[in-house]
Design a protein around this ligand. Structure first.
Ligand SMILES: O=C(CO)[C@H](O)[C@H](O)COP(=O)(O)O
Length: 224
């Protein structure tokens, strides 16, 4: 079976066990499978979305989508990831440029589930070779890139989403992809730069359960 579908089904089991009234729904192709499965399940709660893409899909399936701005607690959330590193347990997210809203949803959630196929799982951060995305308020682009250069972090402005020029996030911001190893060493400095709205690293405090489609599970309640 498609590993994304397997992971989606495993996540649905976890979600239904917890009977959430409000469910956070992440972004990406693995989450697309989850939305399909959720729509065929007995789930009757409301949903909160992390992107326009997810909102449209949820609405298409008839879900009641609650505005993220007006929600102060989400019972469970399900999202994907671009890299899961196990030592320490952490994620790189933002391949779909939805990192800011994904982080807001994760922060508001009481139980956070991430679903991935085995190709996403590595031992050490940056082993998968994906960049660390940051969401940057456009007016601060020069200031942020000047600071990245000062810190010795290689960056590129993300482009290529079916339009000319840079990718624009659902919040009207830019995405910069940072060379992983150096950015990882300097996460705290990068987070504190003026104009950086979100950094696509999700650390242990934002992870309750990672479900890998091959049956591995990582998180607070599982053996690693
Ligand atoms: O962080 C994300 C979007 O910003 C996605 O969850 C991540 O990119 C994984 O996507 P996919 O399931 O398509 O591999």
């Amino acid at each position: 079976m498609d590993p994304k579908l397997t992971a989606a089904r495993m996540a649905l089991e976890e979600v239904l066990k917890r009977q959430p009234k409000i469910l956070g729904v992440g972004s990406g192709t693995t989450v697309h499978k989850f939305i399909d499965e959720l729509s065929r399940s007995e789930f009757t709660g409301k949903v909160v979305s992390t992107s326009f893409d997810t909102t449209l899909r949820l609405k298409e399936k008839g879900f009641e989508v609650v505005d993220l701005m007006s929600v102060n607690r989400i019972d469970v959330s399900v999202d994907g990831a671009d890299e899961v590193s196990t030592e320490p347990l952490s994620l790189i997210k933002g391949g779909g440029a939805a990192l800011l809203r994904e982080k807001v949803v994760a922060e508001l959630s009481s139980f956070r589930i991430y679903i991935v196929d085995p190709s996403k799982v590595v031992e050490k951060p940056c082993d998968r070779g994906v960049p660390i995305p940051i969401e940057v308020v456009p007016v601060s682009l020069s200031a942020v890139t000047k600071n990245l250069e000062r810190l010795g972090v290689k960056w590129s402005v993300r482009t290529g989403s079916g339009k000319l020029g840079p990718v624009i996030t659902d919040n009207g911001n830019l995405v910069l992809d940072l060379e992983c190893n150096r950015a990882w060493e300097l996460l705290e400095e990068i987070k504190s730069l003026n104009g950086v709205a979100a950094v696509g690293v999700f650390e242990r405090d934002l992870i309750d359960l990672v479900i890998v489609s091959d049956g591995r599970k990582y998180g607070k309640d599982t053996m690693q």
